[in-house]
Design a binder for this molecule. Sequence first.
Ligand code: 5GP
Ligand code: MN
Length: 338
Amino acid sequence: MNTSEIKEIKVLLSTPKKIVIIPHKNPDGDAIGSTLALHHYLSGLGHHSTVITPNDYPKFLKWIPGENSIVKYDNDNDLAVSKIKEADIIFTLDFNHFSRTGNMENVLIQTDTTFIMIDHHQQPDDYATYTYSDVGMSSTCQMIYHFIEKLGDLDKINADIATCIYVGIMTDTGSFRFRSTTSTTHRVISDLIDRGADNTRIHENIYDTNSYSRLQLQGVALKNLKVLPEYKTAYITLSQKELDDHNFKKGDTEGFVNMGLSLEGIIFALIFIENKGENIIKISLRSKGDFSVNEFSRNHFEGGGHHNAAGGKSNLSIKETVEKFISILPSYKNALNS
Ligand code: 5GP
Ligand code: MN
């Protein structure tokens, strides 16, 4: 996004507009944090803005300022569609291809309005009038901070906005540890704390809300963990029955994939989770160093994401999916051992 585009957006935002802000399906901390941060900022400028998520999100995000104003497309379809149809501007955050919005895709494809994309995933599509894409960024939340900065409005970041932005930077960087965490990320975080983000409370609200059944499910995941040392790979499976037996709620498996990656010598970790409702196996992939899980998932599991963190899916059974995965691995033996 260059200076003249920023000037055009400033002009666009100089009179009150109807604005819709959309994150990807199964929104995470960065998706909810960035959409709500932008919502608070735009509301403060006098716009009429609404966050519309494709579907529901985990309980550990249901305290973020403004969260109760979110419209869920799959619950409140008529309202969501009419807001989208009426919108002067639609921001799409933390994704870069309409297919990432699930059933909303069809509505978005047919909507002719000004789209503004702000996102840090690889290989952005070209649907937007204005595209702010930076795959080196820690999070879309950090990009929202820089977007507000480019508009010359850092002084408009209040405690609510600071809190929302903090959430997404923290969750997308694994609490400031992944490679995407730069000195600039830390400077942004420091400014957010100065502007009212309560860092200790935010960490507690996100990470210290385990239920007993979720911890037990984590135990099952650890028991199911398999290691393939010749490929420096570890993977976990969770069947629908195992989820059902542990009172599974959306978000309960968040972070499990990292347990495999924490093993000494492992650079590629996956979790395969059966979802009988959608009739798919949802896959999360993580890596360390040069091995691209974005490429791996794009090539074999209809997914994508970032270099070191990606998602994907399979329409086979969980057993067949794992077999397919294991049959692919030998062609990556060199890449995984280089
Ligand atoms: P997670 O494994 O936590 O669901 O996702 C890891 C990263 O990959 C996130 O940035 C997420 O947005 C992205 N991602 C997850 N699933 C998919 C998918 O099916 N397709 C694409 N392109 N990206 C995905
Ligand atoms: Mn993100």
